[in-house]
Ligand binder design. Structure first.
Ligand code: RTP
Length: 155
């Protein structure tokens, strides 16, 4: 659908364990940086099982849920908070469709992944979930409040 990009939002973006294992961390971060979003939080993190379950609680009745939790906790992830005008919907576009075979070339999943169960990156699906997920994955003091000198050139 059409992106209505009018307000400054935050999105929780996470490089999943396959993205870390495959050495795609720099490549993925670079796409959000180049687009013009602002990095407000960043850490490498071994996710405990209960946090993965809380993050994906809406999917708890799905048959793939146990496998999803195992996957997300199988190695370190890179947790990020990205800020910008319309960042939530825009990040979803940059990431591409859930099934990487359906993701357009040029998107992260379209370029870098093959399987739904190994789709290298997560992005919040609404501004409210962006807030919820950033609060879930980051502790107070882990986010940086800063402004880029480029902001006037971006917004
Ligand atoms: P994400 O939350 O990771 O950004 O992904 P999404 O919104 O594109 O997809 P969602 O439907 O919320 O599913 C979350 C993650 O669960 C895994 N999944 N596996 N085996 C399967 O059929 C299946 N379906 C979903 C994927 O890792 C998906 O990103």
């Amino acid at each position: 659908g059409r992106i209505v990009a009018s307000s400054v939002e935050q999105s929780y973006i996470m490089i999943k364990p396959d993205g870390v294992q495959r050495g795609l961390v720099g490549e993925i971060i670079s796409r959000f940086e180049k687009k013009g979003f602002l990095l407000k939080g960043l850490k490498l993190f071994q996710c405990p099982k209960d946090l993965a379950q809380e993050h994906y609680k809406d999917l708890k009745d799905k048959p793939f849920f146990p496998g999803l939790i195992e996957y997300i906790t199988s190695g370190p992830v890179v947790c990020m908070a990205w800020e910008g005008v319309g960042v939530v919907a825009s990040a979803r576009k940059l990431i591409g469709a859930t099934n990487p075979l359906q993701a357009e070339p040029g998107t992260i999943r379209g370029d870098l992944a093959v399987q739904t169960g190994r789709n290298v990156v997560h992005g919040s699906d609404s501004p409210d979930n962006g807030k919820r997920e950033i609060a879930l994955w980051f502790k107070e003091g882990e986010l940086c409040e800063w402004e880029s000198v480029l902001t006037p050139w971006l917004i």
